[in-house]
Design a protein around this ligand. Structure first.
Ligand code: ACO
Length: 378
């Protein structure tokens, strides 16, 4: 019998190759196709970043214009989707809505199961273009507001905020949102990306793979943590209460949401970029106290648990950022999903380009040679 290594939670196991993002968890480095996340945050746009991830190089000016145009063509949902969204229970959680509607998109695709790389790219572009419209339509429908149809002259980020709020965002808000999209776009073989790769490795279909990834992302230990951070910030009345709140939670062995990471044992570089943004937005929108509470939590966590390699992750300052942009709490994780469709899709394309079915083993730890007891004797 061959002996296999068991790693709980697959920690440290390399399960696939990627050319998309590089992470050095000890040094706190994240690069997309070799370019630091800090440089992309400073100079790129979400559309350009998606092109980079999917093509493993930056686009020329005309390639970028073409990519943007193709994405804009997909802002408008296939017919029938709008009615479907507007017949959902208004109490539905937006993450359940995205998961269900991405799955439904397969039924509007005449060839949903085509898995050659070019078809997979086209399906990925469909999902990336449609997903913001799904979220914005559902949010306005549940609030009893008239739907705002997409504006194809706007960028991905501008158009989403426009459809959500009914007015074009200020350049500063659009830029802030775009930066969130860039920083969340890809991150190695995280849980939801792994889920997407596992599903596509059966040669299922792109819609199923992304539907599964959305389901994974919503968990509070993954993308759902940004909502957990905001709930925590709401529970703390003022900066003066932070010390007690955090130390009591730690004493009870509770987790502080937005801290810790399987890969990073230093501060997540995305948290560094988002922290600057959160500070600026909080000052600009009169919510400086929110940033102050976050910063104080970080200070106390640094003192208490940094020695264990627990630092802020991407979700920590994205909570303050999204709140200052004016998003409802239950839209925080959906924002992560809108951006991560880029990464999931890129990984699906990589998997299809060099596929082998994922099929690990479980180590059996139950009994052997157990008798079958007849029902009458149990
Ligand atoms: N607060 C307090 N203690 C923590 C935290 C935290 N946020 N995270 C980890 N720890 C402690 C654990 O209690 C454990 O301590 P112990 O060794 O004394 O028992 C130790 O650190 C290791 O924890 P594990 O759960 O084994 O680490 P793992 O790598 O499995 O977990 C995870 C990573 C799930 C992200 C964890 O840090 C966590 O639950 N964080 C809070 C949720 C969160 O913010 N998730 C978002 C992650 S980023 C993302 O997915 C986009």
């Amino acid at each position: 019998m061959t002996t296999a290594t068991f790693a709980k939670g697959l920690e440290g196991i390399v399960a696939s190759e990627t050319e998309m993002s590089y992470i050095d968890g000890e040094q706190g480095v994240l690069e997309y196709v070799g370019i630091s996340i800090g440089d992309l945050a400073k100079h790129s746009t979400f559309e350009e970043t998606v092109f980079l991830l999917w093509n493993k190089r930056l686009p020329s000016k005309s390639e970028l214009a073409h990519f943007e145009e193709e994405l804009q063509k997909r802002y408008e949902l296939p017919s029938g989707m709008e009615q479907r969204i507007c017949s959902l229970p208004k109490t539905a959680e937006p993450m359940h809505v995205i998961r269900t509607m991405v799955s439904a998109l397969a039924m509007h695709d005449p060839s949903p199961n085509d898995n050659d790389v070019e078809s997979a790219r086209a399906k990925a572009l469909n999902i990336l273009g449609y997903a913001p419209t799904i979220v914005a339509y559902f949010d306005r429908y549940r609030r009893g507001l008239e739907l705002v149809h997409p504006d194809k002259s706007l960028t991905f980020s501008e158009n989403f905020l426009y459809m959500l709020n009914g007015e074009k965002p200020t350049p500063a808000m659009a830029k802030a949102f775009d930066l969130c999209m860039i920083t969340h776009a890809d991150h190695g073989l995280n849980n939801s990306t792994f889920a997407a790769r596992v599903i596509i490795s059966t040669l299922s279909d792109v819609y199923s793979a992304i539907t599964g990834a959305v389901g994974s992302l919503r968990g509070p230990l993954h993308g759902g943590a940004n909502e957990g951070v905001m709930k925590m910030l709401n529970e703390i009345d003022s900066v003066a209460d932070v010390e007690n709140y955090v130390t009591q939670k730690l004493a009870k062995k509770d987790r502080i949401m937005g801290f810790g990471h399987r890969v990073y044992k230093a501060k997540d570089p995305r948290a560094t970029d988002l922290q600057k943004l959160a500070k600026q937005l909080a000052e600009d929108t009169g919510k400086a106290d929110l940033y102050a509470k976050s910063h104080k939590i970080e200070e106390i966590m640094e003192r208490e648990v940094a020695s264990k390699g627990i630092y802020p992750n991407v979700d920590f300052y994205s909570a303050t950022t999204y709140h200052c942009i004016g998003l409802e709490l239950d839209l925080f994780t959906p924002m992560f999903a809108l951006s991560r469709i880029a990464g999931w899709s890129g990984h699906i394309i990589e998997q299809l380009s060099d596929n082998r079915l994922f099929r690990p083993k479980a180590q059996y730890v139950g009994p052997h040679d157990a008798p079958y007891t007849p029902m009458s004797e149990r």
